[in-house]
Design a binder for this molecule. Structure first.
Ligand code: FAD
Ligand code: FES
Length: 535
């Protein structure tokens, strides 16, 4: 039990608009008040994921959506509904006396784990999670949140506790965050408090028939149910000279904290970086290195970056944004060879141009890494097919970058390599491992960060699959929402500086959403923003 502090007045009831989250202070503690027909409730005001101010989020159908990366919470009790937060909101006691709203500045006890019946708590069973990244960490948190009472073992090849990989191409190469300060995904005491055994080692084999995992060729673990979430590894392009140790020493393929440490060390020395590949990671790193005043050249075979994802016009907009900030492009070409020339590298392009640089970053895509799976069919790209509960085979589930899933009834299975998707899938798998009813399907979402601007993307569609593209706002001012639609139905949304609109759209896209309805929601969100700006 938490000892409570005296109730103190934080707001007047008349000043609280129904359905509009409001931030107040109770002494040192920032509190979010939410008023609706059932009264007033109080929660922590900052998102437990990365600290976004939740008063800038949106409330839709009883769900509070975080403005930054769309974690979603139940407004009745602060419970977590959608990642990338992995825990619910702290709750505070509230009393309303006349027009005074009073809260206690001490948080109430956290919500208890879900009460599952004896059989569902699986207290005599062993669950294994392979991979301690986005999905693996979410699975551990979700299994305990949903009431799993048995033995829980997390096996990961990295020595660091689960951390936020997405910072590695943004704040770390930008020099704004030291690699050792990258945020952990769960509080330091989580694994001890929740009795999660963390095994450090490489899974060499998972035998789906025998239900047995071999770690580092020696230790074995028998499981009753397992979730595999080993993610991806960078794809090495076919470039002559990449095997030369003198070239490798100054070449980074960015996936984990060790890679980020190396990149940080190279960037510290300044100079010229060549980024191979105009992928999200490639261009995020380019933007981050420009922040550190390095000279940056991006080399890629495409004519326009991101044209396959967002079309030519928006792709050209991203290219302009990079050029205006000093990044140089060599497009429609490829790197043929790299060699070490004294203290520098020579990067030879098709067409005879050679770029002299101090180091190279390769961002040419990733491939799933699940070779250790035995007794399971893998697809040509190395991924595995999952059903709607993320099941691969009896007692075996997969989530994250390796999972080819259907996003919608009858849709083709695809692998989506996004952080929040990995964690949504892990939560879905955790429910299935406990025999719980599936939650409502979630809409894919990702964010990408260039020159201090965050771009949000909801849904999934590739160029050529939409027949209508409509932009509300201004691309030039990086203040816009673009709808990608087919037959009048919105398939995906890209936006910048429109957090509240994206939060509302992400919720609305759980159902079919027409372009007209989407436009109305965007207008409503903008009116709402204006009203709040006016106080
Ligand atoms: C630098 C970078 C920036 C990114 N930025 C964004 C972003 O801004 N937004 C976004 O939506 N997505 C982003 N992504 C993509 C996102 O990080 C991935 O889609 C997500 O991490 C996939 O989650 P996962 O759990 O499948 O794999 P991971 O998070 O990669 O975790 C897999 C874990 O499994 C471990 N592992 C692998 N094989 C074994 C084995 N055999 N035995 C034991 N352990 C093993 C790995 O060491 C790793 O710790 C980024 C990716 C990178 C690399
Ligand atoms: S800060 Fe809220 S989801 Fe990331």
């Amino acid at each position: 039990m938490t000892a409570s502090t005296p109730m103190q007045k934080v707001a007047s009831l008349a000043g609280l608009r129904s359905g509009v989250p409001t931030r107040v202070q109770a002494g040192e503690t920032a509190i979010l008040l939410i008023r609706d027909d059932d009264g007033v409730r109080a929660f922590g005001a900052d998102c437990p994921h990365a600290g976004a101010p939740l008063d800038e989020g949106a409330i839709c159908h009883g769900r509070l959506v975080c403005p930054w990366h769309k974690a979603t919470f139940d407004i009745r009790n602060g419970a977590l509904l959608e990642p990338p937060a992995l825990q619910g909101l702290p709750r505070y006691s509230v009393e309303v006396e006349g027009d005074d709203v009073l809260v206690s500045a001490t948080a109430d006890d956290p919500l208890p784990a879900a009460q599952v019946d004896g059989e569902n708590s699986r207290k005599n069973q062993t669950f294994a999670i392979v991979g301690g990244g986005a999905a693996g960490a979410a699975a551990c948190a979700s299994l305990r949140e949903f009431g799993f009472a048995g033995r829980l073992v997390l096996i990961d090849a990295e020595t660091d506790v689960p951390y936020d990989r997405t910072a590695l191409s943004k704040f770390v190469p930008a020099g704004e965050l030291k690699p050792d300060d990258v945020y952990p995904l769960l509080p330091d005491d989580f694994f001890g408090t929740h009795h999660v055994e963390c095994l450090r080692g490489q899974v060499m084999k998972l035998d789906a028939h025998a239900r047995e995992i071999t770690i580092d060729g020696a230790q074995t673990l028998r499981y009753d149910a397992a979730l595999v979430a080993p993610g991806s590894v960078p794809k090495a392009p076919n470039i002559r000279g990449l095997d030369d140790p003198a070239v490798r020493e100054r070449t980074v393929m960015l996936r984990n904290l060790d890679d980020a440490r190396r990149l940080d060390g190279l960037a510290d020395k300044g100079g010229h970086a060549v980024v191979i590949g105009s992928s999200f990671i490639g261009l995020e790193v380019a933007s981050a290195l420009r922040n550190r005043k390095l000279q940056v050249t991006v080399v890629a075979p495409e004519s326009t970056p991101f044209a396959a994802q967002f079309g030519d016009a928006i792709g050209a907009h991203f290219q302009r944004l990079h050029e205006q900030n000093g990044t140089t492009f060599r497009l429609d070409t490829q790197v043929e060879a790299i060699d070490a020339a004294g203290a520098q590298l020579s990067v030879h392009l098709q067409g005879r141009e050679t770029l002299k640089c101090d180091f190279v970053v390769i961002g040419t895509g990733v491939q799933p890494t699940a070779e250790f799976l035995k007794g399971v069919d893998r697809n040509d790209d190395g991924g595995v097919d999952v059903d709607e509960s993320m099941r691969v085979a009896d007692a075996l589930y997969a989530a994250g970058d390796i999972a080819a899933a259907r996003f919608g009834p009858g849709a083709q299975r695809i692998r989506i390599e996004h952080w929040r998707v990995a964690q949504q899938q892990a939560r879905a798998a955790a429910r299935a491992m406990l025999g719980l009813k599936a939650a409502q399907a979630a809409v894919p979402f990702f964010w990408t960060y260039h020159y201090d601007k965050q771009f949000d993307y909801v849904g999934h569609v590739r160029a050529g699959e939409w027949d209508q593209q409509l932009t509300v706002g201004s691309l030039d001012n990086d203040d816009f929402v673009t709808l990608f639609a087919r037959n009048g139905q919105v398939l995906a949304v890209l936006a910048c500086n429109r957090e509240r609109a994206v939060a509302v759209l992400a919720e609305a896209m759980r159902e079919t959403l027409s372009v007209d309805a989407a436009k109305n929601l965007i207008d409503d969100a903008q009116r709402d923003d204006a009203k709040r700006d006016d106080g």
